[in-house]
Design a protein around this ligand. Structure first.
Ligand code: NDP
Length: 315
């Protein structure tokens, strides 16, 4: 396929804001693009391409993946691999691409959790799927209560030493294990630079659990996943469950989450947002971005229109 993509020249001055990621040298866009859903093989490639082009044209330099994003698992990384070939190879140094390992990925005892065996194989698979020599950021995707923390963390250190990742991150680890990980990685000169957790107007656990405070005091950035609570914090569900919505697809967002109490709260926030001249999605993203520990929000977008509207949060 011919590379006919020419990013817009003003992509770094047309509205994006960048923030330093903790005490690292890396600047991240305040709005980053997550590829958990909407970038698998269930979606036409041209739609993924359109969203990624729009993102990059608006200064979104950070794309977030994991080994198992799809469907099927691995498909989102394959989509990025294809996009690198068709569009983005000339701009590799302008992109900050993350991936993760730790959730179930391939069958058998080595395709899941945090063993050295699993992580070492996973990073190689990810690089191959994406056609990259290295990722910018590699995460432990979740805490593994069975594997010694030192084993997981040393594998991550070695992944950096092997040149397969530039930086390390921690996702969804509990507080004390995170504290241990931060110390372990820093002592080996491969510091964690970021924590990925779910912080939004509905779910404030990282704040309540002390994670955001730990990030701030330890010099880690914090990036929020599902900042729109998978779409709940938008106008999507105010009048029922649309047929093309994530909730209707009955995957990761269950209808029983939408209790009458939550719906009443969403409607109240929606009205507040309207009075402020914003959409609920903009208000929800702004709320996360205004948190002093937060570096960036990882939005999911099924369409260019959604992504465009989410960028309204920066205004
Ligand atoms: P969001 O909370 O941003 O939800 C995205 C969904 O919300 C979209 O697919 C769409 O749903 C709806 N939506 C988005 N923008 C709008 C809008 N402007 N108006 C109306 N509806 C909108 O994020 P995700 O839950 O998708 O997560 C984002 C990223 O976070 C992931 O891609 C991944 O990178 C990361 N993540 C990490 C996890 C971890 O364990 N570390 C776990 C989960 C996510 P619809 O399809 O209904 O249109």
């Amino acid at each position: 396929m011919m590379n006919d993509y020419l990013p817009v020249p003003d992509r770094y001055t047309n509205g994006m804001v960048y923030a330093r990621c903790g005490h690292s040298g890396v600047m991240l866009p305040k709005v980053s693009l997550g590829m958990w859903q909407n970038f698998g093989h269930d979606v036409p490639f041209e739609r993924c391409r359109e969203i990624c082009r729009y993102a990059f044209d608006h200064g979104i330099t950070h794309f977030d993946l994991a080994n198992n994003y799809g469907p099927p698992p691995g498909a989102a990384e394959e989509t990025v691999g294809r996009l690198m070939r068709t569009d983005f190879a000339p701009y590799r140094d302008e992109l900050f691409i993350s991936t993760k390992a730790g959730y179930v990925m391939w069958p058998g005892p080595y395709g899941n959790w945090g063993s050295r065996k699993s992580l070492m194989a996973s990073i190689d698979q990810s690089l191959q799927r994406m056609g990259l020599n290295y990722v910018d950021l590699f995460y432990t995707h979740r805490y593994d209560p069975e594997t010694p923390l030192e084993e997981t963390l040393q594998a991550m250190v070695d992944i950096v030493r092997q040149g397969k990742a530039l930086y390390l991150g921690i996702s969804r680890w509990p507080l004390e294990a995170t504290r241990f990980a931060i110390r372990y990685l820093a002592e080996r000169d491969t510091p964690a630079i970021i924590y990925q957790g779910r912080l939004n107007m509905i779910d404030r656990a990282p704040e309540d659990d002390g994670i955001t405070a730990l990030c701030a005091e330890s010099g880690l950035g914090f990036i929020s996943f599902s900042p729109l609570a998978q779409g709940l914090l938008t106008d999507r569900y105010l009048q029922g469950i649309p047929a093309d919505s994530r909730m209707a697809r009955e995957g990761s967002l269950h209808a029983d989450m939408l209790t009458p109490e939550l719906l009443a709260q969403l409607r109240a926030w929606h009205e507040e947002a309207q009075a402020e001249g914003r959409t609920l999605a903009e208000k929800a993203l702004r709320w996360v971005l205004d948190h002093k520990a937060v570096t960036s929000v990882l939005v999911g977008a099924r369409t260019v229109e959604q992504l465009a509207r989410n960028l309204g949060a920066l205004r």
